[in-house]
Ligand binder design. Structure first.
Ligand code: NDP
Length: 341
């Protein structure tokens, strides 16, 4: 595929598309967003007009028939991701899909299998592994800076902006709830930074402080990773004054990253060991720009996307294990990767 003229179709007239992904695609030389589809034709047209997109369609079918569309970005509500991705793949389009890939593990696996069979690029928009901070954390661990890692802690308790509350806080059937929304990012970031897979989950969740209809709005969970690390995840929609962070504590040192569970290219990484504490320099770059660039390179036959479809399956599986652990009050085993690929 030529890098010079790739047309993208956006499925979902969403906030993330508006705030981050339009600019991320437009930052890639030769790539343009040529169409947007929504369940509502008027909203698609309004979104297209507002953002300088040539065509707005009242449904995915028309977008998939548009010959100018070669890549599809899906950012609809979560329960629509699977059917939309399968339709896009069947139409021969490469697909960058939002997280969680689907609301069930079976659906997520079907999406990955369909992409593999079609020979198309299929990726998950887990943005945090594109952050310079998280890449630095991984490099420090890889380089032995803290010795053998023992524990990790993810702090991702925020107050959910009113404009994106909607289905997240009142519609579990749409894939709402903090575990599939934020917890799934924490899982992916842990997998990336530790180069390890979750094998067991326990957790307790809250609901009803901000949410309705049983959607979780806060969770504390622990994952056991296959390298022995215990990883604690605190995610919430209800906390107004906490900061975000990611820590890894090893036998010889600790990495403390602050303000890093975010959509912004921001945050700092500190290394603590017998020599004391020092800031580790990072060169920030837009997380979504990096992710889309990797996707574009994969479409052009160069390398793999930053987070593959399989990564999306793994993070969803662990997030669903946390949901089940919270509901049952029991620890939940997570199948090793070979069992899902
Ligand atoms: P939004 O609520 O903004 O959009 C989701 C869907 O809701 C849209 O596709 C649209 O439906 C519908 N919608 C949007 N605005 C309106 C409106 N004013 N009136 C009626 N319907 C509306 O969700 P987000 O952008 O926050 O999330 C979309 C997806 O992206 C989710 O899967 C989420 O998990 C993911 N996400 C990922 C992030 C990341 O960093 N990777 C960050 C944030 C979200 P339609 O399809 O019909 O246009």
């Amino acid at each position: 595929m030529s890098q010079e003229s790739v047309g993208w179709g956006f499925v979902g007239a969403s906030t993330i598309a508006r705030e981050h992904m339009l600019a991320a695609v437009r930052a890639q030389p030769g790539h343009a967003v040529v169409a947007v589809a929504s369940g509502d034709a008027a909203r698609a047209e309004a979104f297209a007009k507002e953002h300088g997109i040539a065509r707005g369609y009242g449904g995915i079918a028309a977008l998939l028939e548009d010959p100018a569309v070669q890549a599809v970005y899906i950012s609809s509500t979560n329960e629509q991701h699977c059917s939309q991705a399968l339709a896009a793949l069947a139409a021969g389009k490469h697909v960058l899909c939002e997280k969680p890939l689907a609301t069930t593990l079976e659906d997520a696996k079907r999406m990955v299998a369909a992409a593999r069979e079609a020979g198309l690029v299929f990726a998950t928009n887990h943005h945090l592994r594109n952050a310079a901070t998280h890449r630095k954390v991984r490099a420090l661990i890889d380089g032995g800076a803290i010795g053998r890692p023992l524990f990790a802690r993810v702090f991702h308790a925020i107050y959910l902006r009113p404009q994106v509350q909607g289905w997240r806080v009142d519609n579990p059937a749409a894939g709402g709830g903090v575990i599939l929304d934020i917890g799934v990012h924490a899982v992916d970031t842990l997998r990336f930074a530790l180069a390890a897979e979750p094998v067991e989950a326990i957790g307790m969740a809250q609901a009803g402080f901000l949410s309705k209809n049983g959607a979780e709005d806060g969770v504390m969970a622990v994952l056991r990773m296959d390298n022995g690390v215990l990883a604690q995840i605190h995610a919430a929609y209800t906390v107004r004054h906490a900061d975000t962070g990611f820590e890894v504590h090893g036998e010889q040192g600790s990495i403390v990253a602050r303000d890093v569970m975010t959509v912004r290219a921001a945050g700092q990484v500190l290394l603590r060991d017998a020599e004391g504490e020092r800031a580790v320099p990072v060169e920030h770059e837009g997380l979504y720009v990096v992710g889309v660039r990797r996707f574009c390179e994969a479409m052009a036959g160069r390398g793999r996307p930053a987070a593959s479809g399989e990564d999306g399956v793994r993070s969803l599986e662990a997030a669903l294990a946390i949901v089940e652990a919270c509901k049952s009050g029991r620890s939940v085993r997570i199948a090793p990767p070979d069992a899902v690929r």
